[in-house]
Design a protein. Structure first.
Length: 427
């Protein structure tokens, strides 16, 4: 039709397979220049959160003094490393590569720290700050040994929900081939370090890794490493980590927090996922929502798996709620409620004892009960102009039920407010 702007097609093909599986076909992607720069201020919240997990000082040069030092470092892992290791294993599963008894004094740890001097100017300042944090470097070591090691297989298979969902979302953002290249870069570093028999060889391995680690690769690495230990850094929620990558792709896809139960990278360059719903038009359940549609008659309505549309005028808000509830359901939450009146532990409606402007009760966007019985309410803010009103609603929900977890996020995942009752662990 003359004067109509054509809507670009979705950047991937989707094919339905038996047993509720979906095959995703990824075309080649052009590099996104915006992702090739990573500024220090973008990773500052993560660094602040990691600061309390490990001592600032750590061994840097000791292993260089002994050519051919054993890859498995002597002694036991310090307590803080053991906590990070156990959390990573619980979230991603067992390692496929040998895991030294202690990583903090391993050559892999040292090589990662040395690599920053070879990184590009656009990421070096942020990289130096990140790789100076022992907790971050340990998380990267664990990412390589546990998550990226799966890419050694001819057709990598991810059966843990977190690893499967992570693979799906990163593939949608940076491309499946590109994600595989990040994995291979990490695995080459592991192999080169393992084979190094001199300080010069270790330095060369660090240099190859540093020069290969562009901004997009580093963003992927930070995301994987951070999600592996997310329980220890609740002040940087998942949405905060995902802000290092675009929430809307150049093709008009809004990425949502959907969950996959498994993901397999096929030899033909496709990705097969299960545990999600999928579609090829606006607001499908496959962790994505198109911001445009070629014809209203061809565009499906908002997702309604957990209840009526929150609003038909703001599909991303509705899809964020649906994605949040899907993630909670996969994590074992019960009592899933969408945009319904706030309830207490007995599932009885609760009112604000000090209502603002006569509003006695609130309707959280997403509500559920965790497996440990703790109630969890979340609201989203679509427009910053509504922030004051939403903060009033947040405070009202806390007053109505102080024994529950309450959260308020911007739609892009930025945490605005969180209330966690005393004695309750988060997440």
């Amino acid at each position: 039709m003359p004067g109509t702007t054509p809507v670009p097609p979705l950047p991937l093909g989707i094919r339905e397979l038996p047993e509720e599986r979906w095959q995703l076909l990824f075309p080649s992607r052009l590099p996104d220049p915006a992702l090739e720069v990573l500024r220090l201020e973008e990773v500052r919240p993560l660094l602040d959160a990691l600061a309390s997990l490990a001592p600032r000082d750590s061994p840097r040069l000791r292993l260089l003094e002994v050519p051919g030092a054993d890859h498995s470092s002597p002694g036991h892992a310090p307590p803080w490393e053991s906590r990070l290791r156990q959390e990573f294993l619980s979230r991603f599963g067992p390692p496929l590569l040998p895991l030294p008894e202690s990583l903090v004094s391993s050559r892999l740890f040292l090589a990662l720290q040395l690599s920053t001097r070879y990184m590009a100017d656009g990421i070096r300042e942020a990289a130096v700050a990140l790789f100076t944090s022992p907790a971050f470097v340990i998380s990267v070591c664990l990412s390589i040994v546990i998550y990226f090691s799966a890419w050694l297989a001819p057709e990598p298979f991810f059966s843990k929900a977190l690893a499967a969902t992570l693979t799906l979302r990163l593939s949608l953002v940076v491309g499946l081939v590109e994600l595989g290249q990040v994995a291979l870069t990490c695995l080459r570093l592991y192999r080169d370090v393992d084979a190094a028999s001199s300080p010069e060889a270790l330095e060369a391995a660090s240099a190859r890794f540093g020069r290969a680690m562009g901004g997009t690769y580093l963003r992927v690495l930070v995301t994987v490493a951070s999600l592996g230990v997310a329980r220890f850094i609740p002040q940087v929620p998942e949405g905060g980590i995902w802000r290092l990558l675009p929430s809307v792709t150049s093709e008009g896809l809004v990425l949502l927090r959907q969950s996959a139960s498994s993901a397999q990278v096929m030899a033909d360059g496709t990705l097969i996922v299960s545990g999600v719903t999928a579609g090829t038009a606006a607001c499908s359940g496959l962790a994505l929502c198109s911001t445009g549609s070629s014809s209203p008659s061809r565009s499906p309505g908002p997702s309604t798996r957990y209840g009526p549309p929150h609003t038909r005028k703001n599909p991303p808000h509705n899809e964020a709620i649906e994605g949040e509830l899907a993630t909670r359901e996969s994590a074992g939450h019960t009592g899933l409620r969408k945009n319904k009146q706030q309830v207490d532990a007995r599932q009885q409606p609760v009112d604000d004892p000090n209502p603002v402007r006569g509003i006695k009760f609130r309707r959280p966007d997403a509500s559920s009960v965790r497996p440990d019985g703790v109630r969890h309410n979340t609201n989203y803010v679509s427009n910053s102009r509504d922030l004051k009103r939403e903060m009033e609603a947040f405070d009202s929900m806390v007053r109505a039920d102080p024994g529950a977890i309450h959260e308020l996020y911007m739609l892009d995942g930025t945490l605005v407010g969180r209330h966690v009752p005393p004695g309750v662990s988060y997440p």
